[in-house]
Design a protein around this ligand. Structure first.
Ligand SMILES: *[C@@H]1O[C@H](CO)[C@@H](O)[C@H](O)[C@H]1NC(C)=O
Ligand SMILES: *[C@@H]1O[C@H](CO)[C@@H](O)[C@H](O)[C@H]1NC(C)=O
Ligand SMILES: *[C@@H]1O[C@H](CO)[C@@H](O)[C@H](O)[C@H]1NC(C)=O
Ligand SMILES: *[C@@H]1O[C@H](CO)[C@@H](O)[C@H](O)[C@H]1NC(C)=O
Ligand SMILES: *[C@@H]1O[C@H](CO)[C@@H](O)[C@H](O)[C@H]1NC(C)=O
Length: 789
């Protein structure tokens, strides 16, 4: 027993030990397992976190990921083609590539004004020139510009030699028989990339001749010569070079910082550039100060190397090349617009030629990145580098690309040069990101950014702008200038663009649409702006909500669907039926009226939460005035009669026999509402917003003034209804005739009076207003004159 017990005890001890052992082992394995477990959990968590970060990163990058990055649409011009491609400069030449050599003109009167010297370089309304206008310009091969600055007239002629270079001649003379006064003309060369240089090559050999040479990243080696002719009284001649670039990129600053004065017996102080030559500089400026008249001729050639001597085309050739350009232009212009055969006088035809030439001469090539933001980015990020070939609304005030303006610009450009429009359209569609969004205002490069207030630089990818490029496509397809290959090439992008609109700009009701980008919280605006619609301060509902619906956007979508249907038909695209159906559905007049017609107000209108009586009132506590709702906002028609109410007519959505068409025509013709002797007002004279400031400092913009783009579309529509069988044909025809003559005669009169084409025209006096020259969509007057819709 005892033994047994002992054994038993031993055994139990053994067991215990084993047990202990096991426990120990188990403990370590437990730990081991726990550790492993934790590691796995950790790894999983990390992977999860990593995936989320990756996904977030992906979301953040969507806005800056170009659509079909590997296959951008190729434009029809060589990147080495030379042109007057700096829209915002009085005269500057460059090639259609990112890092080129920019050459251009500056000039100044020898006087101190304010406490500076009035150097002209960037087109600037503050310079108050009496006139500057391309009188002829075909974009491809030549241009001719007249600049009137005080007592001086500068005529700048340009011949573009394709990829080889360019030539220009500048004639300076007195405006009238004012007293003699010297003028300083500067011609500069400025390169952009690190490894580029430009330097003065020949300087002292011949006092009437400078030679400049250099190299730029995109153009390679180049040589340029400046010749002075017919100068009777020279006060100074010289070149200056500089090895650095100031910020901002306006070279004017370099010149200002390096001017000193010398004394002339007859004219007193003459301001001239002082400095040394740098062998490896990136800016060269040559100056002549002389008493007009005189001539300067500059030629520029790309060369294979800088060692040999080059034979330049002789100056005589310039004259004949330029004259040939002019001749072709004149013939082309008459063949395409028939103004002579329509009975217009020479002055009127010159006005029309200037309108077209400024549109073409203002076309720019831009390079840089756009500052964009989506809801996934806390801060704006850079989208790019991007390139854009585009016309611009105004060389002085808006020398950059605007999405909806461009659709209007190319209505005109495509009638003169369809190949150019094809390139511009492709260039714009290349900006599209993978979501199908295109920025509204395209501000590329430091000199473009320098001209835009910071709050307008950032582009928001929830925001649209009217898809007006469909206007161009429609016009081109109707006039047979769109090739099937081109349509097929751009169609995937158009589909994505269309779908982006259709998905992101919808309204709450079926088949309704709503502009984004209105601020429901802003208190200082009489009516929260709708920049996205293109009609900035045109009154919409006073209280932006997600329930409001916009009649103009619905019409744009109807129109876009129709054009998509036409395009897809031409290339037998399988989705043709989808667009055809969408177009028919949205064109249904009953459906449109259900959503947007108001019997109470007898008009098409937006619907939204709207107060009929608001005022800007200064708060008792001081500070800026704030909106006060005198009458309580109610959901319903926003009864502000104007361009927005006309959209069903403007975009031909109304059936020719729809009685609402007749109503609109009658309402439009009333001088107490939209009709003025100078064109259609943007907003009815009896609207409470008519000519009202939107804040204390925001002057009325689309609140009464006459705008040419929508007058053009109205005329096009009236012409359509006048020519389509229906009960209101005659009525449309009468309005058409009168409106056309009002627009043309007023714009011409103002051009003669002021020297400019304007952004808008005053509805009471007809006078040009806003920025000038404005030869973006205001240049559509050419099509109005030629009745080429
Ligand atoms: C000549 O030009 C000057 C400067 O622009 C102007 O003030 C003056 O009125 C002009 N004289 C005539 C006769 O046109
Ligand atoms: C010099 O002046 C004459 C007479 O005005 C003109 O015919 C000629 O073209 C001018 N020379 C140049 C190179 O512009
Ligand atoms: C546009 O969107 C609506 C839904 O909001 C859809 O029913 C319609 O098919 C879309 N149109 C096209 C052409 O894709
Ligand atoms: C972009 O626009 C949307 C819609 O208007 C707005 O909600 C959002 O705050 C805007 N984002 C930025 C960064 O401005
Ligand atoms: C503006 O005038 C039209 C036409 O005379 C009229 O029908 C409409 O009621 C007026 N609107 C306002 C707000 O007075």
């Amino acid at each position: 027993m005892l033994v047994n017990r002992k054994r038993a005890r031993n055994k139990s001890i053994e067991q215990k030990l084993v047990f202990e052992e096991k426990r120990k082992k188990k403990n370590t394995t437990d730990w081991y397992f726990a550790f492993k477990y934790l590691l796995v959990v950790f790894a999983l968590l990390f992977t999860f976190w990593f995936c989320i970060q990756l996904y977030k990163w992906h979301l953040k990058r969507l806005v800056i990921t170009p659509f079909d990055r590997s296959k951008p649409l190729s434009i029809e011009y060589s990147p080495r083609k030379w042109g007057t491609l700096k829209s915002g400069y009085y005269l500057a030449l460059k090639s259609m590539s990112p890092f080129t050599v920019i050459s251009g003109l500056m000039w100044f009167r020898n006087r101190i004004q304010g406490n500076s010297i009035p150097i002209r370089h960037w087109c600037n309304q503050g310079d108050s020139l009496q006139k500057y206008t391309w009188t002829r310009h075909d974009f491809e091969s030549f241009g001719e510009q007249t600049i009137v600055d005080g007592p001086f007239v500068l005529t700048t002629k340009v011949v573009l030699d394709g990829e080889e270079g360019w030539r220009t001649k500048i004639n300076v003379k007195f405006n009238n028989h004012s007293r003699l006064e010297p003028i300083s003309i500067l011609w500069y060369y400025s390169t952009e990339a690190e490894s580029d240089f430009v330097t003065v090559d020949k300087y002292n050999d011949d006092p009437n001749f400078f030679q400049i040479k250099g190299k730029s990243f995109s153009d390679g080696f180049f040589v340029s010569r400046i010749h002075f002719f017919n100068v009777s009284q020279t006060l100074f001649k010289g070149c200056f070079s500089n090895g650095f670039k100031p910020q901002p990129i306006d070279l004017k600053e370099i010149v200002l910082n390096n001017l000193y004065w010398m004394t002339d017996e007859q004219f007193g102080h003459i301001f001239v550039m002082k400095g040394d030559f740098d062998l490896m500089s990136n800016v060269v400026v040559c100056q002549i100060s002389a008493v007009p008249p005189f001539d300067i001729s500059i030629d520029f050639q790309v060369v294979p190397d800088l060692d040999s001597d080059y034979i330049f085309t002789e100056v005589n050739d310039f004259d004949s090349a330029h004259e040939n350009g002019v001749l072709d232009f004149e013939n082309d212009f008459e063949a395409k617009f028939n103004l002579k055969s329509k009975g217009f006088k020479n002055g009127e035809i010159d006005f029309a030629k200037a309108a077209l030439s400024n549109m073409l001469g203002g076309i720019g090539f831009f390079y840089g990145s756009s500052l964009v933001q989506s809801k996934y980015n806390e801060k704006p990020i850079r989208y790019g580098p991007l390139q854009l070939l585009t016309a611009v609304p105004s060389r002085s005030f808006f020398p950059r690309g605007f999405l909806w303006d461009e659709g209007f610009h190319n209505l005109l450009i495509s009638k003169f040069n369809p190949r150019l429009s094809v390139s511009i359209i492709k260039s714009w569609l290349n900006l599209m990101n993978i979501e199908g969004w295109i920025p509204r205002e395209v501000i590329l490069g430091t000199d473009s950014e320098a001209r835009v207030p910071p709050e307008f630089i950032i582009q928001n990818n929830t925001n649209a702008n009217p898809p007006a490029l469909f206007l161009t496509l429609n016009s081109m397809i109707d006039s047979g200038t769109l090739e099937a290959a081109f349509i097929s090439e751009i169609f995937p992008r158009l589909e994505l663009w269309y779908n982006w609109f259709n998905a992101s700009q919808t309204g709450v009701k079926r088949s309704s649409y709503r502009w984004r980008g209105r601020d429901p919280y802003i208190k200082t605006e009489l009516n929260p702006k709708t920049l996205t619609s293109g009609l900035d301060d045109y009154p919409r509902s006073t209280n932006p909500t997600e329930n409001e619906i916009h009649v103009d956007l619905r019409c744009w979508m109807t129109f876009a669907s129709r054009v998509m249907a036409k395009l897809s038909k031409q290339i037998h695209h399988p989705s043709h039926n989808i667009y055809e159906e969408a177009a028919n559905y949205l064109s249904d007049n009953h459906l449109l009226e259900d959503l947007h017609w108001s019997n109470d107000y007898n008009m098409f209108c937006d619907f939204g939460l709207h107060s009929l009586n608001v005022k800007l009132v200064r708060p008792k506590t001081g500070g800026p005035k704030q909106r006060k709702e005198i009458s309580k906002p109610r959901f319903g028609c926003v009864p502000e009669f104007g361009y927005v109410s006309l959209f069903p007519l403007i975009l031909n959505i109304l059936e020719p026999d729809n009685p609402k068409l007749s109503r609109i025509l009658d309402n439009m013709k009333n001088p107490d509402t939209l009709w003025s002797p100078f064109g259609l007002r943007s907003l009815s004279k009896n609207s409470s917003y008519y000519q009202q400031y939107n804040t204390e400092v925001d002057a009325p913009y689309w609140r009464g003034a006459v705008w040419i783009n929508l007058n053009y579309l109205t005329l096009k529509a009236l012409n359509h209804y006048a020519e389509t069988k229906g009960p209101y044909q005659d009525k449309a025809h009468d309005l058409y005739k009168e409106l056309r003559s009002n627009i043309v005669s007023n714009m011409y009169r103002e051009y003669v009076r002021t020297g400019y084409i304007w952004e808008q025209y005053d509805d009471k006096t007809g006078q040009g207003k806003g920025s000038h020259p404005f030869t973006g969509w205001s240049a559509l007057v050419v099509l109005i004159m030629s009745e080429n819709y």
